[in-house]
Design a binder for this molecule. Structure first.
Ligand code: GLN
Length: 552
């Protein structure tokens, strides 16, 4: 049987958890023994989210094959363990870019190029591509029904419904059922309108997920079913939960997966096997210790901007049976003077990835504090580059050490800048090159690269391996020309690219736990397989916290 397609749309408002609903359904179908793939179709006009500020659209998730994608692909991977690929993410920008290249090449010669059928054909091609061997392909449509940019996507999935038929296509729609305090009632009208909007473009949802902050009475669910032309059992409640790891279980209790199978004429025998989810939940709900990690960054309180990072910290908490609290520390307006105040009470410090000069001095101050006060430190990407800059300036006396990303460099010692733009590097056997004026979109060192770890290093102990692969997303690199000076004073380059010219991991000798990595380990962490770096970092934080308590 070729793959079946489930399209997930959203209505009324955004931020209802469409990504998590899709990821959860994927997990539930897996738990019933099916093979799944998850995809995201984003209607915005950027070719990919790589050039977008994380405050606009959350973090940029990077795949092994080097695509910069929507953060929902992170949820999919964490919930199903299936790594997303470039072919799992598309945007209007990408579709139009392909379309216009084809038009210029003459592919449509003689014809008028139109949204229907040309744009919709490309969308359908994306949905169907690379799906051999899958039982279910879940496609989430970004945005909410009614958005102008979303129309061609809805039209394309409507067409697919006809072309592939009921046995292979179904539609799930997620809406909000708000509680109106003055009336003391849950209101179904927004849901009715949202479904009406969908039906106007020819899509009749098969299942409705109704997000609400309290139980929706049967009478109201019946009303929704009647007005929206849906079977009563297919109106599924999506109630607020304390932990995202509860979502698959709650959806299953409401019959979501059973209904999906029923719609496809598949037998839904018994219940899905959710043992591993129960174990995760048990650990999340019964922590035996707690730690506070300072996350020093620029987009404060914006959970979505650091989604994979906070998730990876949670996974590390699961691994250590501890609750990990995050203290958001704004790197801006944060200088040496208030370092002590902001960081004295935390058990560990993390400086995340980032771009540009804003917040740099605050991040460097935090790193110096972590190094000198022996607090566990994890520096990710920019956090590793800045750790090297901090060390050069304050431990090696290289006062002018910096990155050409935010300080102009003047050649003095013939070695080049400490952190500089990379113009050439190897990807496997292929040489990639960039110039100062290259396009900004999609031109960083992106995706999975191998790294060789030095024997006897902390990194080797953490990974339990000397060859690893991690995902990258950066334009600058630390200059290995300074290696001797660094290692002479205790900062060791313990991970290098296979060719030996690009530093991937640094660590500090006389420090309980100080590691900087040029890659983004958070992108590969999963609740069922917490990332070893994060697990070890949180373990070090727990040790720090225990010794603090003892001293007190
Ligand atoms: N801005 C740095 C670079 O481009 C680091 C990027 C990052 O932290 N992801 O190299």
């Amino acid at each position: 049987m070729p793959a079946r397609f489930i399209f997930i749309t959203g209505g009324v408002v955004s931020s209802l958890g469409k990504g998590l609903a899709s990821a959860s359904l994927g997990a539930l179908l897996q738990a019933r023994g099916y093979k799944v793939r998850l995809r995201k179709l984003d209607p915005y006009l950027n070719v990919d989210p790589g050039t977008m500020n994380p405050t606009q659209h959350g973090e940029v998730f990077v795949t092994d094959d080097g695509a910069e994608t929507d953060l929902d692909l992170g949820h999919y991977g964490r919930f199903t363990g299936v790594s997303a690929r470039r072919s799992d993410s598309v945007s209007s920008g990408q579709i139009y870019s392909t379309l216009l290249t084809k038009e210029r090449r003459g592919d449509y010669l003689g014809g008028t190029v139109q949204v229907i059928p040309h744009v919709t054909d490309l969308i359908k091609e994306f949905v169907l591509k690379d799906t051999d061997g899958e039982d279910f392909v879940l496609c989430e449509i970004g945005g909410t029904v009614g958005d102008i940019e979303g129309q061609p996507f809805l039209e394309a999935i409507r067409q697919l419904g006809w072309e592939l038929g009921k046995q292979r296509v179904m539609y799930v729609h997620l809406t909000l059922v708000p509680y109106i305090a003055a009336a003391k009632e849950l209101k179904t009208k927004p849901t009715q309108h949202s479904v009406k909007e969908l039906r106007m473009i020819g899509i009749q949802p098969d299942i409705l997920l109704c997000r609400a902050d309290r139980e929706i009475p049967l009478s109201e669910r019946r009303k929704i079913a009647l007005f929206c032309n849906i079977r009563e059992e297919a109106v599924i409640q999506a109630l607020d939960v304390a932990s995202i790891y509860e979502v698959p279980k709650r959806y299953s209790e409401q019959g979501f997966d059973a209904q999906v199978l029923k719609m496809f004429g598949l037998e839904a025998k018994g219940k899905p096997d959710l043992k591993k989810w129960d174990e995760i939940l048990e650990r999340v709900q019964n922590p035996q210790g707690e730690v506070t990690v300072a996350l020093v960054g620029k987009y404060m309180g914006m959970g979505d901007a650091y989604k994979s990072l906070t998730e990876a910290l949670d996974h590390a908490g699961i691994a250590n049976r501890a609750k990990v609290h995050v203290k958001w520390v704004d790197a801006e307006g944060f200088e040496k003077e208030n370092v002590q105040k902001a960081l004295a009470d935390v058990d560990a410090i993390l400086v995340s990835g980032g771009f540009g000069e804003r917040g740099v001095s605050g991040k460097i101050a935090a790193i110096q504090y972590a190094r000198e006060n022996k607090k566990p430190y994890l520096g990710i990407c920019f956090g590793m580059q800045l750790a090297c800059i901090e060390f050069a300036r304050n431990a090696l006396g290289m006062k002018e050490a910096g990155s050409t990303e935010f300080t102009p460099y003047e050649e003095k010692n013939g070695k080049g800048p400490l952190v500089g733009l990379m113009t050439e590097w190897l990807r496997g056997n292929v040489l990639e090159t960039r110039k100062e004026g290259s396009d900004l979109g999609g031109t960083m060192r992106l995706g999975a690269y191998e790294c060789d770890i030095a024997k006897g290093s902390l990194a080797e102990k953490i990974y339990g391996a000397t060859k690893i692969s991690e995902r990258h997303r950066h334009r600058y690199e630390v200059n290995l020309g300074y290696r001797d000076a660094f290692e002479g004073k205790g900062m060791v380059f313990s991970g290098l690219s296979p060719a030996g010219n690009l530093p991937e991991i640094v660590e500090m000798k006389d420090h309980p736990w100080f590691v900087g990595v040029q890659f983004h380990p958070e992108l590969k962490s999963r609740p069922f397989a917490p990332h070893p770096l994060f697990a070890s970092f949180v373990k070090a934080a727990l040790t720090k916290s225990a010794s603090k308590k003892k001293a007190a």
